[in-house]
Write a protein that binds this ligand. Structure first.
Ligand SMILES: Cc1cc2nc3c(=O)[nH]c(=O)nc-3n(C[C@H](O)[C@H](O)[C@H](O)COP(=O)(O)OP(=O)(O)OC[C@H]3O[C@@H](n4cnc5c(N)ncnc54)[C@H](O)[C@@H]3O)c2cc1C
Length: 518
């Protein structure tokens, strides 16, 4: 009989390490004697990356399953609500050019595709305005729920913006105090291998050998186990997604009570784009760019010019943190008894906040499919590798879509992005299909797809994608249903605009009074 799996050792205490630890510990009853033991070891000498402030709605389920109180999380991690992303200047680069990728599904999404009816008669409305109410909530700075809504329940689907450093610290305390995770602060210096290449234990600087049955590499860009020990090739994706450098800065509010945007703002630049995320105490802003298309001095100048619009001459005094990004993914993620999660597994530009959602997906998959013993592990590993290669490929396609649907001609960055040689064949195929019909669920039919057909619709039609007018089905019932759905959306928009508090107002109330607990 193969040895049962009893002890999971996680290396790294960033978001990846703690989300994985919390997910496994909560599901496998780590705090009881009979549960799976979880140990997290983190180097006191290597800081976490400390950026990564945008999440997906999945984070609500992830936290709830770990037994986290939403009120505590919001109070301790400088959290605001996020209802989607606003993409400015991505289509033409003109001042009035913007579109939304909201988090709610289009009206009647599972009954009828409203796209063709919107295309026939848009009533002067953007696609997202015609089929969802969330663009308007964002434009008015409104929250996605009420103070009377229970924890994690939504009026409008929502995610969070958060302070990444505080988030890791918060999860650490929760995992140690409430879930029974064993924490060690020490630097891992090497690996003791068993026969057939498994990891038997980790060599640590102060605590001797740390043994376990499954080792999770959450060491970020260091990729200590998957990269340095197992030497699993890293497949660079810079030929598809050109962004390779970030300049990040934090901007405090003037009065401490400025409005907080209820969405991530992403503003396209000559050679990249700028993110702007509003937390309760400050904004997090950064310019990600392609170093092949611009240099650091020009990228800093563009970031200062952007900040000048909101904080004036203060933008001149700021210094920026430079982070080198190597876009790409590992050839495999699970080898022998080691699986990589987070930036050790791969990293792509943060355009759609896909990193944390991939960590959640990895942590959920590992904890739900935790192999009972070593014999079962190779089978789970094989499935895991197939599934996550697929997931990464879909994210690459979705990010690239934002560039190829653009009509910008003003710089080499935008023109090069539309070079067919830089577009994955899988995306080229979909674009050919979508010349004749909209993206539909059949195109993304795996369980737990990261981005659904709805996301593709919002981006494509937000970007004014020009496709052959589909023959309109003259079915009268469908026509009536479409009208009803458009009308319902108008009424819901009106209702929520009158009922929901501002993002700032609700956040202040949560901090003062808290939500009702579930
Ligand atoms: C500019 C930028 C913007 C981003 N924006 C977003 C966003 O909006 N949304 C999103 O989802 N994601 C975003 N991300 C990605 C996100 O920040 C990361 O995916 C997330 O923070 C997870 O990081 P990690 O835990 O894998 O690595 P890290 O945070 O780097 O943690 C690595 C851990 O490994 C430990 N470690 C390293 N070496 C050793 C050793 N030898 N022994 C023991 N421990 C060791 C370190 O001490 C640390 O605890 C962004 C990333 C960048 C660069």
């Amino acid at each position: 009989m193969s040895k049962p799996l009893k002890h999971v050792v996680i290396v790294g205490g960033g978001s990846a390490g703690w989300i994985t630890a919390g997910s496994i510990a909560a599901l496998h009853n780590t705090k009881s004697e009979q549960g799976i033991k979880v140990t997290l070891i983190e180097s006191p000498d290597v800081n976490i990356i400390g950026v990564g402030e945008g999440t997906w709605p999945t984070m609500r389920t992830t936290l709830r399953k770990m037994g986290v109180s939403e009120t505590d999380f919001m109070r301790q991690c400088d959290v605001s609500f996020k209802q989607g992303a606003k993409f400015s200047k991505w289509v033409t680069g003109e001042d009035n050019d913007f579109y939304y990728h909201p988090l709610v599904l289009p009206q009647g999404y599972f009954d009828l595709d409203l796209y063709k009816y919107w295309q026939q008669d848009s009533r002067g409305q953007s696609f997202s305005n015609a089929v969802s109410f969330q663009e308007q909530l964002c434009e008015h700075g409104l929250a996605p729920k009420l103070i009377t809504s229970p924890e994690y329940a939504a009026v409008a689907n929502y995610a969070y913006h958060l302070n990444a450093g505080k988030f890791a610290e918060f999860l650490k305390q929760h995992c140690i105090d409430n879930l029974g995770v064993n924490y060690i602060s020490d630097h891992v210096v090497g690996v003791n291998s068993l026969d057939k290449g498994d990891i038997g234990s980790l060599k640590t600087r102060k605590n001797g050998a740390l043994s376990g049955d499954l080792f999770v590499d959450c060491t970020g860009f260091a990729a200590l186990l998957i990269g340095k020990h197992y030497d699993v090739p890293f497949i660079c994706k810079k030929d598809i997604l050109f962004i390779d450098t970030a300049l990040a800065v934090q901007i405090p509010y003037e009065e401490g009570a400025d409005e907080i945007a209820s969405h991530t703002i992403s503003t396209a630049q000559d050679s990249g784009w700028i993110w702007d995320i509003g937390l309760p105490s400050r904004r997090g802003v950064g310019h990600v760019y392609s170093s092949r298309h611009t240099d650091q001095a020009s990228a800093e100048k563009a970031l200062r010019a952007y900040l000048h619009q909101s904080i004036g001459d203060k933008s001149e005094q700021l210094s920026f943190r430079k982070i080198d990004i190597n876009p790409g993914v590992r050839e495999k993620f699970w080898v022998n008894n080691c699986v990589a999660v987070g930036m050790a597994a791969g990293f792509l530009e943060p355009l759609e906040a896909s990193a944390l959602v991939m960590i959640e997906l990895a942590a959920t998959t590992i904890s739900e499919q935790l192999p009972a013993n070593r014999e079962a592990m190779d089978i789970v590993a094989k499935q895991y590798n197939q599934r996550f290669s697929y997931n990464w490929d879909r994210i690459i396609d979705f990010l690239k879509l934002h560039y190829i649907a653009s009509k910008r001609e003003d710089s080499a960055f935008w023109r090069d992005n539309r070079d067919v040689a830089s577009i994955p064949q899988s995306l080229q195929d979909l674009m050919t299909l979508w010349q004749h019909r909209p993206p539909i669920e059949y195109d993304f039919s795996h369980k737990r797809e990261v981005f659904s057909a709805a996301s593709y619709q919002y981006v494509l039609y937000g970007m004014d994608f020009n496709f052959t007018n589909p023959a309109l089905n003259r079915n009268e019932n469908e026509q009536k249903l479409a009208q009803r759905l458009f009308n319902e959306n108008e009424k819901t928009t009106e209702k929520y605009l009158n009922a929901l508090p501002s993002n700032r107002e609700l956040i202040d109330k949560v901090v003062a009074f808290g939500f009702s607990k579930v």
